[in-house]
Design a protein around this ligand. Sequence first.
Ligand SMILES: NC(=O)c1ccc[n+]([C@@H]2O[C@H](COP(=O)([O-])OP(=O)(O)OC[C@H]3O[C@@H](n4cnc5c(N)ncnc54)[C@H](OP(=O)(O)O)[C@@H]3O)[C@@H](O)[C@H]2O)c1
Length: 267
Amino acid sequence: MKGRPMDLGLKGKRAIVTGASRGIGRCCALALAKEGARVCVTARDEELLGAVVKEVNAAGGEGMSVSADLTSLDGCKKVVDDAAGKMGGVDILINSAGAARGADILELPVEIIEEALLLKSFGYLRLSQLVIPHMKKNKWGRIVNIAGGAGASPARGNIPTSLANITVLNMTRALSDAAAGDGIMINTICPGMTNTQRARDLLLAQATKEGKDVEEVLAAVGKRTPAGRVCEPEEVGNVAAFLASAACTYVFGSSIYMDGGGRRSTP
Ligand SMILES: NC(=O)c1ccc[n+]([C@@H]2O[C@H](COP(=O)([O-])OP(=O)(O)OC[C@H]3O[C@@H](n4cnc5c(N)ncnc54)[C@H](OP(=O)(O)O)[C@@H]3O)[C@@H](O)[C@H]2O)c1
């Protein structure tokens, strides 16, 4: 039976996507662009951002970029002010900027945790606080936070990313409570291992230790999940576009695990 494709109602919507120069953020930006959204992509590397703006335009969206370091309030303000100024407002925020380093808990300098919290926990919160007033004006908004399965699965080697992710999960619930009455939906996606440069960089040390290449280690991680493979960033982009869309109307403060079924906790 042939059905009509679902209208996501994203045409002309004004979005900011962080961490959009590569990986999951880039795929979120392109998924919105395919639906005709206007997308402001942000990260620090201007050259990579310029290339993503071209991809956004080619995909059917309208792209712009703002380069900023999101570990500071000034950086977050610059992004929201420039994007809202050029696009005339902000309807959607997808937070994906993250760069937590790994280190064993017994030797972990707390500065590495601080770094991870500054970019991800405080950056996601600051950007949400800055865009919500814009969304309130139209009584409509969507925020999608990319957290990660590590938030619910602490281990001795992943505490910086695990702590950053669990704070994002908790903040999402609280922000959702505060904004739901204004037509603003705020949700989280928790990807498991996802095939991006960041995942490869994090697995490099393990691969070197085991005398394997990164592809082998990535494939082995995927095989341990019920799905039998790791996640592709385009798959996260598609789910983010749905959560950011006008078709998604009654999902508040939730988290969607995209981990191939690998988590051991109850849903
Ligand atoms: N890949 C995975 O397996 C996985 C699994 C679960 C969760 N996640 C989460 O998904 C998100 C994206 O991960 P990814 O794999 O797509 O990583 P990625 O490919 O390394 O992309 C990270 C993005 O964040 C930006 N960024 C880094 N530091 C920044 C800073 N100080 N200010 C502004 N932007 C900054 C990077 O651009 P610049 O360097 O140019 O600034 C880049 O665009 C992260 O929050 C990560 O924790 C990833």
